[in-house]
Design a protein around this ligand. Structure first.
Ligand SMILES: NC(=O)c1ccc[n+]([C@@H]2O[C@H](COP(=O)([O-])OP(=O)(O)OC[C@H]3O[C@@H](n4cnc5c(N)ncnc54)[C@H](OP(=O)(O)O)[C@@H]3O)[C@@H](O)[C@H]2O)c1
Length: 272
């Protein structure tokens, strides 16, 4: 178990740092003393985050990059190492979701989502892990989702991308343990960020809306888990009870999932 309790002198690269969880995490890591590299497509948003970090006296590097583009990822990783030195902490956080029934979902769109959410994670890990293993130290953080542990109807491609991410992270956490690299998987429930547009908010089942948390809660839980040397967290913790229910009473879980998702949406349509 490798506890991360001090960020002074460390460098961190965060994907999806232009918004939501990634933006907040970058600000918190910088405030704790880390040098940070910010990755996302929207350079102007990254520059805003960078200005905030610099105004607090932090060192920051802006790396505009589409994580779905393998060559771009490897070029950006090389720039990060050249400027910040070896990266101690990689946070694979970039990602997005859609709500569509499988049959209505354009294949190109599904493929793109898997590319961004899963392959982007794979590329960044491949690019930065070797230098961590060589040094015998490093931390990989995978911002997955509860949707990487439990099925959610109408989110098939997103769920598949997050299950893949959880599988990769869990495997690496075992494979890398003896190489000094610690892996943490973060599985948030519903978080109040620009991830949800107005259509998604409208469709959201009441149970998910009721349990919506602030990104700050996810970031605090992540830093706490790193300090304690945990390998996987679910935020809020109580959602993790669903994993146990699924394991011991799968038929009950299927009925409940259907009722609280597809059933709740259909009921809202009839009553409106
Ligand atoms: N919000 C939730 O309820 C929730 C729940 C569970 C898990 N998560 C996960 O948490 C992570 C962060 O989401 P969030 O809630 O903070 O959403 P967000 O505010 O929409 O942030 C998503 C980030 O990903 C970046 N991104 C998207 N596509 C990208 C691409 N092709 N290349 C590079 N960067 C890309 C976006 O930047 P650009 O647009 O500038 O590229 C943005 O910085 C995601 O992986 C999401 O699946 C979110």
């Amino acid at each position: 178990m490798s506890r991360l309790t001090s960020y002074a002198g460390k460098s961190a690269l965060i994907t999806g740092a232009s918004s939501g969880i990634g933006r907040l995490l970058a600000l918190r890591l910088s405030r704790a003393g880390a040098r940070v590299a910010l990755v996302a497509r929207r350079e102007s948003e990254l520059r805003n985050v960078a200005r905030e970090i610099e105004s607090g006296g932090g060192e920051v590097l802006v790396l505009p990059c589409d994580v779905a583009d393998r060559a771009e990822v490897f070029a950006c990783a090389a720039r990060a190492v050249a400027r910040l030195g070896d990266v101690d902490i990689l946070v694979n956080n970039a990602g997005y979701g859609h709500h569509r029934p499988f049959l209505d979902w354009e294949l190109d769109d599904m493929e793109r989502m898997l590319r961004v959410n899963f392959l982007g994670t794979l590329y960044w890990t491949k690019a930065l892990l070797p230098q961590m293993v060589e040094r015998g130290a490093g931390w990989l953080v995978f911002v997955a989702s509860v949707a990487g542990k439990l099925a959610v109807p109408d989110e098939s491609a997103y769920v598949a991308s997050k299950f893949a991410m959880v599988g990769l992270a869990e495997t690496l956490s075992i494979e890398l343990e003896d190489h000094g690299v610690h892996v943490l998987t973060v599985c948030p429930g519903t978080v109040n960020t620009p991830f949800f547009d107005s259509e998604a908010l409208e469709r959201m089942p009441p149970v998910a809306r009721r349990m919506m948390i602030d990104p700050d809660t996810v970031v605090t839980a992540t830093l706490d888990a790193l300090a304690r040397g945990h390998h996987e967290i679910t935020v809020p913790r109580m959602i993790g009870a669903g994993y146990v229910v699924r394991a011991v009473a799968p038929a009950f879980m299927r009925r409940r999932t259907k009722r609280t998702t597809i059933g709740a949406v259909a009921q809202r349509r009839t009553s409106s």
